[in-house]
Design a protein around this ligand. Structure first.
Ligand code: FES
Ligand code: FES
Length: 180
């Protein structure tokens, strides 16, 4: 015979952080995931939950400039941190993804854009293999990846050309098809 157990006590803490450049303060359960904090407390629903175990990258956000799977991070771990979600991103890779017609259902794209932006920030002139490896943690079920790689390569070339020439118009018209 199983006895009813009382529910485990949930503890709360005050949390103070910056999200997309804005200071945020909340009292949160110590068990609350960053993903749920963003989606349910702040209504920032761009980051998606798919696997909930750190495998798919759909929930990726920037935490102090580094991409993390927000399904694996507790909100209280972000005390004093700076979080950027897809809602706070304005990056050339987004335009490149549109130009290469890379987006299908779009479910993976918030995480994909965050990871690509972080990758390009770290090393702007990446080649295709480096992009492929850098985005290995972001799974897309629709596209076969070729156009996503095209887009990130295009953004990388533009960033390089921009850095070398200082010409904002440099690097356009170079979006050749390639296999996965
Ligand atoms: S939902 Fe977080 S990695 Fe898949
Ligand atoms: S576009 Fe559908 S999962 Fe990537």
């Amino acid at each position: 015979m199983s006895a009813d157990r009382p529910p485990a006590e949930i503890h709360h803490l005050d949390l103070s952080l910056t999200v997309n450049g804005r200071p945020v303060r909340r009292r949160v359960a110590t068990t609350l995931r960053l993903l749920d904090f963003l989606r349910e407390e702040l209504d920032l629903t761009g980051a998606k939950e798919v696997c909930a175990e750190g495998e798919c990258g759909a929930c990726t956000v920037l935490l102090d400039g580094r991409p993390v799977n927000s399904c694996l991070v507790l909100a209280v771990e972000c005390e004093g941190a700076e979080v950027v979600t897809i809602e706070g991103i304005d990056h050339p890779v987004q335009d490149a993804l549109m130009r290469t017609h890379a987006v299908q259902c779009g479910y993976c794209f918030p995480g994909m854009v965050i990871s690509a932006a972080a990758l390009l920030a770290e090393e702007p002139g990446l080649d295709r293999q480096a992009v492929r490896e850098g985005l290995a943690g972001n799974i897309c079920r629709c596209t076969g990846y070729a156009k996503i790689l095209d887009a990130v390569e295009l953004a990388a070339r533009r960033a390089s050309a921009h850095r070398i020439s200082g010409d904002a118009g440099a690097g356009g018209g170079d979006d050749a098809e390639a296999g996965p």
